[in-house]
Design a protein around this ligand. Sequence first.
Ligand code: XMP
Ligand code: MG
Length: 183
Amino acid sequence: MRAADISDDLTTVLVTEEQINAKLAELAERVETDYAGKELLLVGVLKGAVMVMADFARHLTGHIQMDWMAVSSYGAGTKSSGVVQIRKDLDVDLHGRHVLIVEDIIDSGLTLSWLLENFKSRGAESLEVLALLRKPEAAKVHVDCKYLGFDIPNEFVVGYGLDYAERYRNLRDVAVLAPHVYS
Ligand code: XMP
Ligand code: MG
């Protein structure tokens, strides 16, 4: 769906499908240059990063491998709890691997800083983060994100993998959810 299909549920479209696609192509070029001659392991954080992973990975012209991690730091609400729980661990061993974590959004940063610490102890050869979105005003901890799509305002957003109560993940754009939907 496009934002226009559900305009009553949204207040502002922040990033369009076209802007996302152009940005992911640009990030993919940088990643290919930075990892020339190395095979990357992309680790997607379920479920929000599914769209970013699918589109970003297909911009890459060389071989990569993919794995997935499921963590939860949220309930059905719209505020970060800071409590991270592993729901599905990686299938592969990170030892000696070049790992790029693929995330939908950095909000408080708590999820990613926890994941980075966790991954560091597993012996990866290198470890970096790619995130489509970041809310600078919401940061509670600093997260080093080498490959960033867009900085956005501190509002609850949906679309392109991001949900509210499991809806809106299939929205092609990223938009601010209208308060009447969750209040
Ligand atoms: P933290 O606060 O740990 O949050 O950086 C990371 C995870 O929280 C989810 N998140 C959102 N989900 N709209 C969403 O649908 C948002 O505005 C939003 N902000 C954070 C997301 O799963 C992210 O990985
Ligand atoms: Mg997520």
